[in-house]
Structure formats: structure tokens, C-alpha cells
Design a protein around this ligand. Structure first.
Ligand SMILES: [Zn+2]
Ligand SMILES: [Zn+2]
Length: 142
């Protein structure tokens, strides 16, 4: 996991969000989502597929590999649990909570995130009303 760069995380998050309700995300959708050119997006997606994080279907788009999903699902969980905690318990504005979450989401330990999750009562949605990935066994056993 330490081998993911910030940029790769941004791409994986875009694929994660774009494929939450469909099978594939096109390079164009990803480029638009990230505000980069289509050529840049295609190039980075090619690198991500060489690292085994996404699967490319020629002319159609990409989806997360099992490994890519595992990695990004954890980072999204870290982000959303942290921003929910910062907003609801620390009473920090949602903007500040989200911005700070973006900076530290790759570095939070599972123990800390699960502890925040427990204090919050295992929330299903973050304050942006996006799904918080369930922690196993943090949220699932209860
Ligand atoms: Zn956020
Ligand atoms: Zn939980």
C-alpha cells in the first residue's frame, strides 16, 4: 500500500466513484472528473493497469481490479470516517474536515479509524451523504 502515489490515489478514487453504479468508467469520464486531458488520463490508467490496480477493456473503459478495490476502499473508508468524526465530534467545518481528510487519508491506521468509527456508532454515510465503506470486522459484526 505504501507504493501508491497521491496521483494514483486520485485516479483510483475517480474510478471507485464512477463505477459505484455501473461496470466501467471511460477515460473521458475520468479525465472530466479529475480535470485533466484525455491523453493524460489514458496514460496514467495504462500505468495503473500495469501495476494491477485497474483492468482495462479496450474502447470501453476501466474498472478496479480486486487489488485496486481493496486499496482504494480502505483509503475512502479512512477519508469518510475521519471527516465524519472531525465534523460531528470535533465540530470542525465540513470543508476543513474534508480537506484535512484528503491530506491524511493514506496514513491513518486501521486501529484509529475503527476507533473513530465505533465512537460514531458505525455510520453508513459521511456528511456529504456518500457511503462509508464498512470495516470488517469493525462495522459488520454488530
Ligand atoms: Zn471528503
Ligand atoms: Zn465500524
Amino acid at each position: 500500500m505504501g507504493s501508491l502515489t497521491r496521483k494514483e490515489v486520485e485516479y483510483l478514487k475517480a474510478v471507485f466513484d464512477l463505477t459505484s453504479n455501473r461496470d466501467l468508467a471511460s477515460s473521458l469520464d475520468i479525465a472530466n472528473n479529475l480535470g485533466v486531458s484525455c491523453a493524460t488520463a489514458s496514460e496514467t490508467l495504462k500505468r495503473l493497469s500495469e501495476k494491477g490496480l485497474v483492468i482495462r477493456e479496450p474502447w470501453k473503459g476501466v474498472r478496479l481490479s480486486e487489488l485496486g478495490f481493496k486499496e482504494i476502499n480502505k483509503i475512502v473508508r479512512n477519508h469518510r470516517v475521519f471527516e465524519t468524526y472531525a465534523h460531528k465530534v470535533l465540530l470542525v467545518s465540513l470543508n476543513e474536515a474534508c480537506e484535512c481528510a484528503r491530506r491524511i487519508e493514506m496514513y491513518l491506521s486501521e486501529e484509529i479509524v475503527n476507533s473513530m468509527c465505533r465512537i460514531l456508532g458505525h455510520p453508513k454515510k459521511c456528511p456529504h451523504n456518500k457511503d462509508i465503506p464498512r470495516g470488517i470486522p469493525c462495522c459488520v459484526r454488530e
